[in-house]
Design a protein around this ligand. Structure first.
Ligand SMILES: NC(=O)c1ccc[n+]([C@@H]2O[C@H](COP(=O)([O-])OP(=O)(O)OC[C@H]3O[C@@H](n4cnc5c(N)ncnc54)[C@H](O)[C@@H]3O)[C@@H](O)[C@H]2O)c1
Length: 255
């Protein structure tokens, strides 16, 4: 899909990958980008950057762990050409099995329940408008590496499977759903892995791996949106190695 003059929603748009994605969409000529996050101050800065590229920016404080609120918001605002389901959280401390039930529910709801809810409502709207593209931010943990946070890996594996299960929507409704699998990316989420900062396991991961920039991931998101030759349910993993961005593709019909 040509991004020019299209409307889009980006969740988790206050910083990191979501901000880079919103700015990428604006830079490629999107007419308007609806920004969704819980962090209103940082989201205002994303809106400023989006508007600097000539796109309309609207900010919405929505807590994606609140499923009825998420459903209501998407019913009111979910009629767009492009949806980037990007918001996500890590467990922090304590982790499974010491975490309480409310916290378990929270990570499941932010990472997967809200994403399915948003996709379901957006697909219905895209079906009415003749098509659309949905990109889900997954993670390379879904490929079977880096199981340091059991609930994070579990929810991301669920997002990966859901993305692949959405492949038939391309033929049925002209709605293409794709997965973006970032490797390690230098964003604020890394500081939420431990108690008041980076966990020891995250420090070790950072010491042994090169981190991508959020813009590397946004470039990959642009490719997933723009390439209408993709069948649906495809995914793109992005990593950095020796200062270079490396891509790995997966296609639902060949995995
Ligand atoms: N940074 C990495 O190394 C990495 C690697 C693979 C995948 N990812 C994924 O990329 C996505 C974006 O993360 P990021 O790295 O840019 O980190 P980030 O923390 O900068 O971005 C996540 C955003 O989601 C928002 N958010 C959190 N809980 C929310 C809620 N309940 N409702 C609404 N918004 C909420 C946060 O406020 C934040 O702005 C996530 O899904 C993450 O799992 C990140």
């Amino acid at each position: 899909m040509d991004i020019q003059a299209k409307t889009a929603i980006v969740t988790g748009a206050a910083g990191g990958i979501g901000r880079a994605s919103a700015v990428m969409l604006a830079a490629r000529g999107a007419a308007g980008v609806a920004l969704v996050d819980v962090n209103e101050t940082a989201m205002a800065e994303t809106a400023r950057l989006v508007e600097a590229h000539g796109a309309r920016a609207e900010t919405y404080r929505l807590d994606l762990s609140d499923i009825p609120a998420t459903e209501a918001w998407f019913r009111a605002h979910g009629d767009v050409d492009i949806l980037h389901n990007n918001a996500g959280v890590v467990s922090g401390l304590p982790q499974f099995p010491d975490v309480d039930a409310a916290r378990l529910r929270w990570i499941i709801d932010v990472n997967i329940t809200s994403l399915v809810t948003a996709t379901q409502i957006a697909v219905q709207a895209m079906k009415r408008r003749g098509g659309g593209v949905i990109v889900n931010t997954v993670s390379t943990v879904a490929l079977g590496t880096g199981f340091y946070d059991a609930m994070y890996a579990t929810t991301k594996a669920a997002v990966m499977m859901f993305t692949r299960c959405c492949a038939p929507l391309k033929d049925e409704y002209n709605v293409r759903v794709a997965g973006m699998l970032p490797g390690l990316v230098d964003t604020p989420i890394l500081d939420t892995t431990g108690a008041g900062g980076k966990s020891d396991w995250m420090k070790a991961v950072l010491a042994n791996n090169e981190a991508c920039r959020p813009e590397d991931i946004a470039e990959g998101v642009a490719t997933l949106i723009e390439d209408d030759g993709l069948a649906g349910g495809d995914w793109l993993a992005v990593r950095r190695l020796g200062g270079k961005v490396e891509y790995q593709w997966g296609h639902a019909d060949t995995i």
